[in-house]
Design a protein around this ligand. Structure first.
Ligand code: NAD
Length: 475
């Protein structure tokens, strides 16, 4: 029912065959699902050579033909959605319905880039001298090295793969060793759609060793990473050594501002469901809830009711609303956050401890009365723990919301259009949802500012991330 885990290099699927392996664990049971082969140094060199060769063929393929292959891959992914969703839920823990939505969105992203690749327009700028044509063109960057984390096994890889392929680049992706199956299934769709060999390569291994080896290679011209801020900074330095382009999608700690003029219960309904999606292990998860004084009680009560009503269990079972955390590191992190909250005078309104004694489950948790300098209010929780605190004025909440080094996502609820515009302008964040949580779509830019990283994935910006601009002055 799970999947056969292999590397994909130069059009070949490669199994253990003498390579090092590691266990992939089902976080709902703690049991081993499969063995994942690690790429050796020779495998990584083979992937680099294959990508170099693949790039030459792929950039010479028209955007129209590239789009046709990509659309075929999207159709295969849709056809296989049930199996891919089950693979993801088993390895990552999110509930089946969320896995299915992730797989379907991944197919949409491929389709969107398949089309957008045909619109990688240049322009002609009027020349200063008669007869001079000033031509601006966009060209594919070259071979991309991409690294993705464990929280979205299909969606995060697809943003990088689809953007790179649409631009005419070849790519080597090192997906997460903890949740490799979603990306294996995704790569299968591209391989079965007829993507030329070498254009897309999939490897696994010890993350630091793989990234150091690939990024140091002259063949690699662009680095794309999604994951934590410390690792992002490390990879940005490695990329800078070779003056390579980089896109860094790093962590966030998203403020939610609920103004008195909004309906606090409606806001709580929308944002609480969004908070516990994927057990809070989402980089744009809402994580700091600031509620204006008069609405505070109503919002907290409604939000807490929702958290208490969440049915926690194995994401493969019907009726389950929240699955386990993806790995035991997150459980330890949740326990440390809750302990610090209690030490700092926080009141546990819901949850607060592990759920059951098998797998990596944690209760949906709500904590009130926390000071702004507590762990939960300052460090990305990346789990199902929500702090709810009151505020008085617009200026005060803006200052508190902008006080951290993060700048990925932010949310606000208000019924005043003036206030909606003011908060959208005032928040320091790459993405802001006002009365909406729909901030991640194939056609819109997705990315952060401040320590949350740089560059965008999604939208036309996500295509340009894989292109160089060239100016040709032609007399
Ligand atoms: P981590 O920092 O060890 O790893 C984060 C991801 O980076 C993992 O997928 C890991 O395999 C990869 N990684 C680690 N070192 C690497 C290297 N040298 N080269 C290439 N890849 C490397 O942390 P973790 O325990 O896996 O996750 C904890 C934190 O990571 C979370 O609290 C959250 O802040 C962040 N995170 C963010 C996202 C996101 O979508 N932005 C996703 C997952 C984790």
């Amino acid at each position: 029912m799970y999947t056969d885990l292999k590397l994909y290099i130069d059009g070949q699927w490669l199994g253990a065959e003498g390579r090092k392996t590691e266990d992939v664990i089902n976080p709902a049971t703690g049991k081993v699902l499969a063995q994942l082969p690690h790429a050796s140094k020779a495998d990584l060199d083979a992937a680099l050579a294959a990508a170099d060769k693949g790039f030459k063929a792929w950039r010479a393929t028209s955007a129209y033909d590239r789009g046709n292959i990509m659309r075929k891959a999207a159709a295969l992914l849709r056809e296989r959605y049930d199996h891919v969703s089950k693979v993801q839920t088993q390895e990552q823990g999110k509930i089946y319905a969320e896995s299915r939505a992730e797989v379907m969105t991944s197919a949409d992203i491929i389709d969107w880039y398949a089309e957008e690749g045909r619109r990688a327009y240049g322009r002609i700028v009027p020349g200063r001298q008669k007869g001079v044509r000033q031509i601006v063109v966009q060209e594919p960057v070259g071979v991309v090295a991409a690294f993705t984390p464990w929280n979205f096994p299909t969606l995060t890889p697809v943003r990088k793969i689809a953007g790179a392929l649409a631009a005419g680049c070849a790519i080597i992706i090192k997906a997460s060793e903890e949740t490799p199956g979603g990306c294996v299934e995704l790569v299968k769709c591209f391989a079965d759609a007829g993507l030329p060999t070498g254009v897309l390569n999939l490897v696994f291994g010890v993350p630091s060793e793989v990234s150091e080896h690939l990024i140091a290679s002259d063949i690699v011209k662009k680095v794309s990473f999604t994951g934590s801020i410390p690792v992002g900074k490390h990879l940005a330095v490695l990329a800078a050594k070779g003056m390579k382009k980089a896109t860094m999608e790093l962590g966030g700690h998203s403020p939610v501002v609920v103004f008195d003029d909004a309906d606090p219960e409606k806001a709580a309904d929308i944002i609480s469901a969004f908070k516990y999606r994927n057990a809070g292990q989402v980089c744009i998860s809402p994580t700091r809830f600031y509620v204006q004084e008069n609405s505070y009680k109503k919002f907290l009560t409604r939000f807490t009711e929702y958290a208490k009503g969440i049915k926690v269990g194995d994401g493969m079972e019907k009726g389950i609303v929240m699955g386990p955390l993806a790995n035991p590191r997150r459980l330890d992190a949740m326990e440390a956050i809750v302990q610090d909250s209690k030490d700092r005078g926080g009141k546990i309104a819901a949850g607060g401890s592990r759920h059951g004694n098998q797998g990596f489950f944690f209760q949906p948790t709500v904590i009130s009365d926390l000071p702004d300098d507590s762990k939960l209010m300052t460090q990305e929780p990346f789990g199902p723990v929500a702090p709810v605190v009151p505020f008085k004025t617009f200026d005060e909440v803006v200052e508190r919301a902008n006080s951290l080094e993060f700048g990925l996502a932010a949310y606000a609820f208000t019924n005043s259009s003036a206030q909606a515009q003011a908060i959208g302008d005032a928040i320091q964040s790459g993405m802001v949802g006002v009365n909406s949580v729909a901030i991640s779509t194939p056609e819109t830019p997705f990315g952060g500012i401040k320590e949350s990283g740089y560059g965008s994935e999604g939208g036309i910006e996500g295509l340009q991330a894989y292109m160089n601009v060239k100016f040709i002055s032609q007399a």
